[in-house]
Design a protein around this ligand. Sequence first.
Ligand SMILES: [Fe+2]
Length: 447
Amino acid sequence: MTDTATTPWFLTGNFAPVHDELTVHDLPVTGSVPPSLSGRYLRNGSNPKAPTQHWFFGDGMVHGIRLEDGRAEWYKNRWVRTTKLAKGLDAMDGEAMLDPTASAANTHVLAHAGRIWTLEEGHFPYEIDRDLDTIGCDDFDGRLTSAFTAHPKLCPETGELHFFGYSPIAPHLTYHVLDAAGRLVHSAPITVPRGTMMHDFMITRDHAIFMDLPVVFDFDNPGAPIRWDDHYGARIGIVPRHGTDADIRWFEVDPCYVFHPLNAYVEGDTVVCDVGRHESMWRNGMNDFPPSFLHRWTFDLGTGSVHEQQLDEVAHGFPRVDDRVQGLRHRYGWGVAPRDGGRVLLDDRVAGVVVKWDLSAGSQSVFDLGPDSHPGEFVFVQDGPDAGEDEGWAMGLVYDAATDSSDLVILDASAPGSEPVARVHLPRRVPFGFHGSWIDDAVLPET
Ligand SMILES: [Fe+2]
């Protein structure tokens, strides 16, 4: 039995890790899997094997479901075999922090250049194969000199993967680009005043956009080595794609934190950034986690002016757009929110809903999956190459607290409020996790 009085919250309930690796074929489905869906839904998360001090630091485990010909062909889950896992390192051990291969590999999983990457923002990426088995760590022929963010941005027009690395040690920020073949073709250090925790970033058709926000490293303060700093300020750096430190322009914004933007795009002389804005982060320790609300920053590149606007009152997490509009003007967005309209996300006691934003109409709608449902991140999957921006499916893992079980839920993205198209019943609960991707066979064919 778990002693919940002394066990950290991230080792209890559906945050608790699972301890085995399964392979189960021919999963039961309620409804019907759209027959045109051929590929894998993969989702990464923290599933600590070694001792860990925070949910964010647990060893990465990928859960995957393969869909083909209207069937849910398999479910698999695999730890990512990292140096950290092999050695049983705590992420806060000096060895884990200094060894670039000692990734938790727990934050995201995505495909680029015919390969599948598991990512965590403090280390090098790890590649896994189509069956979720680990291939190994990659430093791009020794050319990668920084960590690799868990939130790279794949340009739908060029096929480039733009990314960055941040560090408490100088250089604190480095901008990188992989070309469509997966070769590291651009690396440029960017000057910032000190190391800040830079979880995500944005691209437009023309730019990369960095968020230098007041969550700073403070290793002289062992009780809070990452903390809010009221004096640091907050600035957004906009640099031309493939640009360098000499090209960047910084814009001051009101202090805040952003874990996840929704998307950014260029409109005339302005850059528009829709982001999940937290009023602060970790001001009073690492359990101080205010909710995020969708905000729009508009940066006028001609006049240098900045405009900030809150777009709605929905406390949300996991914002995503259709991957086909990454860096381009979006109309729709996807997220999750508390079912009760409150401000608490990802709690065993607070159920959630899937949110669909219509930014053109200035409205949002929900898919309510039931009073005990806890949806994680949902991703949009288009219904064929010519489909419109919400013509397809929204797909994600949902934990049901009443039955202690998990489903892959497939929604008709164009019909908020409708019942799921399919619920693929998984052979075990899947712990709450972080980010994932639909990896279509058109992108990564079966071999
Ligand atoms: Fe993230």
